[in-house]
Design a protein around this ligand. Structure first.
Ligand code: FAD
Length: 364
């Protein structure tokens, strides 16, 4: 055998796994069907601005080992995610906190904000859909202004047709703190995620523009084991049906103005605005005083074969279908499944790093 591992996918999972196995003297070949490495974290340079090609990515974690691990391969800037929501031209801070409550009702103390929310909550013992769930957690104004339109656009269905489980919690923060994440560590690699992944893959053979599934038998013959981070249903030729996803269409524009929206992320929560958010990429890094800017509008769309998979639709039917694929996967001796597409799960980047480290450590 030429290699110990053929690793399918040069995203974060594939890159971390390849690094770990290479460091314990295993010979790895990484295959990537796209023309670039980095998976969905991929960033590219656009005239001095680092563009997040597949949506805004902010690294955040409370796992010290994961944070120290990624910091070995890139320097992280101290970016803090503090998104805004635009509803009918008025701006609100996210996550829901005292700044949001002040903008909504003019309340200036946590006690008054709590009273207001309590008076608006629509109690429901057993919420059957997103509308009932959200109204029972945060009440009418927050739901109408900041949740309903955004969620319906995101999932392409009306809130009373969406399962309540989509919204497990809606944290309400009674301080003036706009930091979206509660994690201990947060930041973005200097120069973008492609630098991080490049450094992870340093010295490892990588072939881009190679679709493993088109020459599965050949690539299987090259290695003892294959680690596959592509879509699990595609691997099995969709024999149990398609696993559902939401996809995104991105509209990226370079504008001849130095600052478009003054913030990295602005969500648009009205149903009638067709996109869910606008990302202004320069605000993820240090302001280089450039006279232009790059923005991206994100339009959620249904997934179909040929489109990128973004958010798994973990409803009852897809969960059953994934269970069947998982059983088929367990019967494979040669192939190990991993990553967000292999597990059919939304995973943050820190989870992906942790899972890849765990797999590598199990196989050492
Ligand atoms: P991917 O990055 O998808 O990598 C898999 C790779 O495998 C891809 O490059 C693909 O082309 C390749 N591949 C698939 N099939 C084949 C094949 N047959 N042959 C060869 N190659 C193949 N996480 C955060 O922590 N913070 C964020 O702010 C954040 N923002 C996000 C925003 C959006 C819009 C989305 C959708 C996700 C976000 N995430 C975020 C999650 C993050 O994108 C994932 O955790 C991460 O990209 C998963 O890495 P991965 O390696 O598992 O998968």
């Amino acid at each position: 055998m030429t290699y110990d591992y053929v690793i399918v996918g040069a995203g974060l999972f594939g890159a971390v796994f390849a690094r770990q196995m290479t460091d314990c003297r295993k010979k790895c070949l990484v295959l990537e069907k796209r023309s670039h490495i980095g998976g969905n974290c991929y960033t590219r340079d656009a005239d001095g601005i680092t563009v997040h090609e597949y949506g805004a990515h902010i690294f955040h974690t409370s796992d010290k080992a994961v944070w120290e691990y990624v910091n070995r391969f890139a320097e992280f800037n101290p970016f803090i995610n503090a998104p805004l929501a635009n509803y009918k031209g008025k701006l609100y801070h996210l996550p829901f906190n005292m700044n949001t409550f002040y903008a909504l009702w003019g309340v200036t103390t946590p006690r008054k904000a709590k009273e207001k929310i309590t008076s608006q909550i629509v109690k429901c013992a057993n919420p059957k859909n997103v509308r009932e769930q959200a109204l029972s957690l945060v009440g009418r104004d927050i739901y109408n202004t900041l949740i309903e339109g955004y969620t319906e656009k995101q999932w392409g269905r009306s809130a009373d047709k969406l399962p309540a489980e989509i919204i497990k919690r809606l944290p309400l923060r009674y301080t003036f703190n706009n930091n979206y994440f509660n994690d201990l560590y947060q930041g973005i690699p200097e120069g973008g995620y492609t630098v991080l992944v490049q450094n992870l893959l340093n010295g490892i053979e990588v072939r881009t523009g190679e679709d493993y599934l088109k020459e599965k038998d050949y690539y299987n013959s090259l290695a003892e084991k294959v680690v596959y981070t592509g879509a699990i249903d595609e691997y099995f030729g969709y024999c149990r049906g398609y696993l559902g996803y939401r996809s995104l269409r991105f509209e990226t524009l370079k504008l001849n103005e130095s600052d478009y929206q003054g913030n990295a992320v602005v969500n648009y929560t009205e149903k009638s605005v067709p996109f869910t958010r606008i990302i202004e990429h320069k605000h993820f890094g240090i302001d280089k005083k450039l006279p232009y800017t790059v923005i991206t509008r994100e339009y959620p769309v249904d997934w179909e074969v040929g489109k990128e998979r973004f958010y798994p639709l973990n409803d009852a039917a897809n969960t059953v279908r994934y269970g069947e694929y998982k059983r088929l996967a367990a019967e494979q001796n040669k192939v190990i499944f991993g990553g967000r597409l292999g597990f059919y799960r939304y995973l943050d980047m820190d989870d992906v790093v942790a899972e890849a480290l765990q797999l590598a450590s199990n196989l050492k």
